[in-house]
Design a protein around this ligand. Sequence first.
Ligand code: FE2
Ligand code: FE2
Length: 279
Amino acid sequence: MIERGQRNWKLEDLDFGAIRKNLAAGDESLFYLLASASFVEILSELYTANLIEHYRGDADAARWLEETWVQEEVRHGQALKRYVNAVWPEFDWEMSFSRFSEEYGRLCSMENLEPSRALEMAARCVVETGTSTLYRCLYDYVEEPVLKQLLANIKADEVRHYAMFRRLFAEHNRTEGKGFISVLHVVWKRLIEIRGEDGHIAFKHAYLGRGNNPEHLDREWKKFRKGLRQLMARHYPFNMAVEMLLSFVPLAHPLKKRLGTFLVRAARLFVSSRVEFTS
Ligand SMILES: [Fe+2]
Ligand SMILES: [Fe+2]
């Protein structure tokens, strides 16, 4: 059965008491993915102030960011935290999160935003593409029913966030007129960032929060990345990701279609070759 993502859902809508722990507790990769996601989502509040400041003068965008977007991102984090605490009660979430937020918070500053409002919206579209497709991938992977419903809800929110950022990008770009190269540059920069530092910091604090040996951190990080690539090769929605990324890039439709086909093939090939190479 495919669970449909609900709109305006609340934590109370999910029956955490009905979790079938035997379907999740032994899955190390799942623990690290969910714990890391809970950290990053809850901290969304930290960089909202920067974003709202950036959109001073666009009252509708600022209101949506403050009243809808950030509230939903934090709700994702709270729901994931509750799930992690229910399935892995031995994990000290509060302590790990406080160490994570201390380190991660230093990276979130005004300088990380794009100077152009249109391009910052393009960057947000990339981030929301990343979250929408990650939760879609996990939704496809997991078997535990409560988590499946939670992931369906979160994924549906992320897709709506993407749609709103895409609309705001189009509005701002009507006056700014940023072309293919500028937008592509932002997309590329953000894609590289998604692979980088945030994930490592979150993993580190989730790993150490379980009382694991710090000396084995690098080895375990590599093991986790390898497992993630295997999971992605089987479950990641490459078509959806490429479609979302190309949808807002200013490029003629026939070229977009050809580029899309090429990118889906290249991304699949890249992930599966890395799986083979490292397995
Ligand atoms: Fe989120
Ligand atoms: Fe989002």
